[in-house]
Each structure stands twice: as C-alpha cells, then as structure tokens.
Design a binder for this molecule. Structure first.
Ligand SMILES: [Fe+2]
Length: 446
C-alpha cells in the first residue's frame, strides 16, 4: 500500500469513527427532555448539556483551529468548557449554552471539522504528528466516545423513567459450567504497550519488554453471586479484608453493597437505567470501587492482578511470543468477540464470548466491565506527553488506579489491549468490576 493510499484509508476510518461517535451522542441525548439535559443528576457528574457543548468545543479547538489552522467557531467558549478550570460540581452554575444552542454548535463544528479532514494529509509520513495517520481525528472520536460513556453513567445515576432501551446480551454459552475457575499465564517476557498503533494515546506508549512471573488469573470476572457471598460473610464489617484507607472509606461512606443495589427481604435488587430488577447472579459484578475489589480479593485469599499481568493475559501469544492487539488476535472487535459499544445496557453473563477468549483461555477481558487492577497510573519507560500534558501526565501518581479492558459502555475505537483507563479508588458510578489473581511461583515457567 502506498503512503498516499494509506492516508486515504486513515481519512475514511477517521470520518467513520467521528460519525459513529456522533450517532451515539445523539442516541444518548435526543430522548432526554431539555429539563433533564440541564439538570445535574449527581454532584459527581456534569449536566448532560455541558458534555454536549464540551464535545463541540474540543472539536472546535483540535480539529478546526489546530489541525485546520482556521479561526474556529467559538474560541470565546474555551474557558467555559475547560474541564480543568471548572470541577463537575460547579458546572451547573455556569452560563452554559442551552440544549438548542449546544446542538447547533455541535453540528456547525462537525461540518467544519469534516472539511478539514477532507483537505488533510493523513499519510503516515506527514511530519506533523497530529495529522499523521489521522491521529488527531482518531483522538477526537475517542474523546467524544469517552464523554458518551460519561453521559451513559449520568443516565444511570438519573432517577426517573427509563430513556434508553437495548436488547439483552447473549446468554452464557453451553460450556460455561465446565470452564476452569482460573487459568495459568506462564512466566517470561512479554511486550507491553505499543509504539505503532496509530490512534493509541500517549500513556499507551512506547512498547517495552517486561518479565512477568507466572500467575493464575480468574477465567471470568467476579460474578454477582460470588460477590454476594462476600457480603453475606460480613465482608463489609471485617476490617482485616480492607486496606486502612479502604476501611476508613467504607465506614465514612457507609458502604454495604455495590452502588445501585438495595436489599429487599432476602433478595438483592438493583436499579439499572431506570429499571428496578433482581440482581442477576451470573453477571459480572458492576459499580464497585477499587477498595471493594481489593477487599473482596483479600477475603477470597487472592489479590487483584497488576496492570502488567492483566495486559499479558490479554495480549501475549505464547505460540509466537508477540503481543496481540486484542485477546482474540488483531481483528477489529465484532459482536462475537466482546460486549462493547453500548449494544446492550448491561454486561453479559460470565463465561460469554468464547470467540473472544485469550490464548490463556481467559474470557471477557475486553468488554462487559472495566476491570480494576492493583496498579497505580504511571508512565511507561520513555513516556512523552502528547499532544498536551493534561492528557495523561498530570494524572500519573498514587492517586489513581488503572482499569483495563473496557465495558459494554465503551466503543471499540476507545478500547484496545493496550488501552489504559484510570480513576480514583473510591469511584463507583463508572462501569467497573474486577477479577482476581494469585502467584504461581515455580509453576508453568515457559
Ligand atoms: Fe473532555
């Protein structure tokens, strides 16, 4: 393929990714009343109308002004929609664009951005790293999808009748009863991160080789049934399962079950996008914070996997020694591989998606629920901030824990085997669960 041809391919891919993101943005907000768009459904979240205009403003800044070198549509709005300047709790008090004006801004910016894309040289040898391989267009498609996920979390927090509807995910496959409880990931070197994935973000780069000792990993994420055993065993009342910070948090926040759960008689009920239903025992547990995941693992006599262990289990192919883009290979995610892209409004039962299994036999590493890891968010050796420090660098350090693998709420464009998410260890409104691991010292050295 010539570089020019390659550039055309990346332009087509960029346009498709931007259009997919926009369809989702509208699907999330079109059925919502103006009153609900401007309301703050939780102090943890922005009003939806802030996300709408922020998506437009970032596209105005990065695609129209920076990539296109044009004057832009509303540079005067930059301070208002700067996420660093205004914490979420303060955003309702700002003089925000109303729903109609926010939607008009989105449409007008998109038209200008697509004109920029049409004229852009997205070949890999463009010396401008923002334009090479269409990176900045891919970055903005991922940005919009990440706000779509945030808006989905806002709609989960929102009280009232449902506005979203989707079919149930596929039932567990027939072999689920015979799956081993855990899989062995052999010890040895593996390549973590990427230097070549064209739309990978700065924190996923560069690739580097690590020696990861053998370990055992849960074949599937921890289920609601397993988590209920932890609750029933008094897990929330036993300080020995918790780190000191985790125990302080459980006490002050009064945690006794995952967010959105409530006890009724001898059953657990949950609220899911406005529907109250019995907690399904065979689904991965969802809406638990890092402290809860960590405490469960200790109670089970295990631990959370490190980020490197998670990525090795998801990407390392012992047959070739190379790291795959996804657990199943390099093919783009299809509906047979993983529960991604908000096709469903819940995780699939544990054991699902056998076609998406990793070489180790672990399933659902990608899709269904984000998985908390034991690791703090830290730069890889040789990290360079791109295109700005606030993308990742300002978040490095012990305040944030890494999550991996994406969830039903994540679009494939913002989910790779190398993709890193991070959040505070107290966060529960995100679509996060976990699986556990243990050392395998001396076993399975490859
Ligand atoms: Fe943003």
């Amino acid at each position: 393929m010539t570089n020019q041809h390659h550039g055309t391919t990346m332009s087509v891919a960029a346009r498709a990714a931007l259009e997919t993101a926009r369809r989702r943005t509208l699907r999330l907000t079109d059925p919502v009343t103006d009153a609900d768009l401007v309301a703050q459904h939780s102090r943890l979240m922005s009003p939806l109308v802030w996300d709408l205009a922020h998506i437009a403003n970032q596209e105005d800044l990065w695609l129209v002004r920076t990539a296109g070198r044009r004057a832009g549509l509303r540079p005067d709005l930059d301070p208002l929609y700067d996420a660093f300047r205004h914490p979420r709790a303060d955003r309702p008090a700002l003089p925000l664009l109303g729903p109609a004006a926010a939607r008009d801004y989105l449409t007008a910016v998109r038209a200008a951005a697509l004109e920029v894309l049409d004229g852009a040289d997205t070949s890999p040898d463009n010396p401008d790293p923002l334009l090479a391989d269409g990176f900045v267009f891919g970055m903005l498609a991922q940005h919009e999808q990440q706000h779509d996920e945030t808006m989905l979390a806002t709609l989960q927090l929102r009280e009232g009748a449902p506005v979203l509807h989707a079919p149930a995910p596929p039932p567990a496959p027939a072999d689920v009863a015979t799956l081993p409880r855990e899989v062995l990931v052999p010890g040895g070197r593996f390549t973590m991160g990427t230097s070549t994935d064209p739309w990978a973000l700065d924190n996923e780069r560069p690739h580097h080789v690590l020696d990861v000792p053998a370990f055992w990993l849960d074949t599937v994420p921890v289920s609601n049934a397993a988590y209920q055993e932890f609750i029933a065993a008094g897990g929330y009342r036993e300080p020995r399962w918790w780190t000191p910070e985790g125990w302080r948090h459980v006490r002050t926040a009064g945690l006794e079950a995952p967010l959105f759960w409530r006890r009724e008689g001898d059953r657990w009920l949950r609220r899911r996008f406005g529907v109250v239903e019995e907690v399904p025992p065979d689904e991965p547990v969802l809406h638990v914070c890092w402290y809860e995941a960590d405490a469960y693992a200790r109670w089970a006599g295990r631990r959370l996997p490190t980020e490197a262990e998670w990525e090795k289990a998801a990407r390392h192919d012992p047959a070739t020694g190379r790291s795959r883009r996804y657990p199943w290979g390099d093919a783009e995610p299809g509906p047979e591989h993983a529960n991604l892209g908000q096709r469903h409004l819940q995780p699939a039962p544990v054991g699902g998606y056998p076609a998406g299994a990793a070489p180790s036999g672990a399933r659902q590493l990608v899709g269904d629920v984000w998985e908390w890891t034991a690791s703090d968010f830290a730069p890889y050796p040789g990290f360079t901030a791109f295109p700005y420090k606030e993308y990742s660098e300002v978040f490095f350090g012990p305040d944030y824990k890494v999550l991996r693998g994406g969830a039903f709420s994540v679009d494939p464009v913002a989910c790779r085997g190398t993709f890193r998410n991070w959040d505070f260890p107290v966060r529960r409104q995100i679509f996060a669960g976990f699986r556990t691991a243990r050392d395998a010292s001396g076993e399975g050295r490859a």
